[in-house]
Design a protein around this ligand. Sequence first.
Ligand code: HEC
Length: 140
Amino acid sequence: MKKERNCLSVITLSLVLTLFCNYAIAQSSKAKPWIPPTSVNQLKNPLAQDAAAPKEGKKLYITYCAPCHGNSGKGDGIASAAVNPKPADHTSVAVQSETDGALFWKMTEGRGPMISYKQLLTETQRWQLISFIRTLGKKK
Ligand code: HEC
């Protein structure tokens, strides 16, 4: 009798644990709003008037960003199916309405499947990417 009860409590306990883990995983993969510190909105793209910046940015984008965000920035890159949350659509109104500073900050810090580009890309390269991302909003 005692043995049966022990067995039953083990089953109950593992059931509770499984449910809890599923819940925790579901919560952590839910897209949470990503809000940068407001101070970064003041940052201005030093290359805003540089006509070559979007072209340089595009090259970097194809190499570093397109695997997830796609060549056209729609978030449909080859690796996008495997990442959670999904890569952002850079052509979307939501992304295009963010400030240059906010996008620069997000790219610098990274979050979830997207790594930080602070070490990998220079500040100039990151601003070139911003210049390129801005061209994605115009093409529609
Ligand atoms: C491994 C896949 C991956 C790569 C590579 C990647 N990203 Fe992302 N990116 C993501 C994901 C996933 C998100 C959404 C992150 C979140 O909301 O937690 C994201 C979000 C962003 C955002 C924020 C958009 C918003 O909603 O405000 C920007 C900006 C961005 N990426 C730029 C870039 C740039 C520029 C590169 C290349 C230098 C890059 N990403 C490379 C996966 C990737």
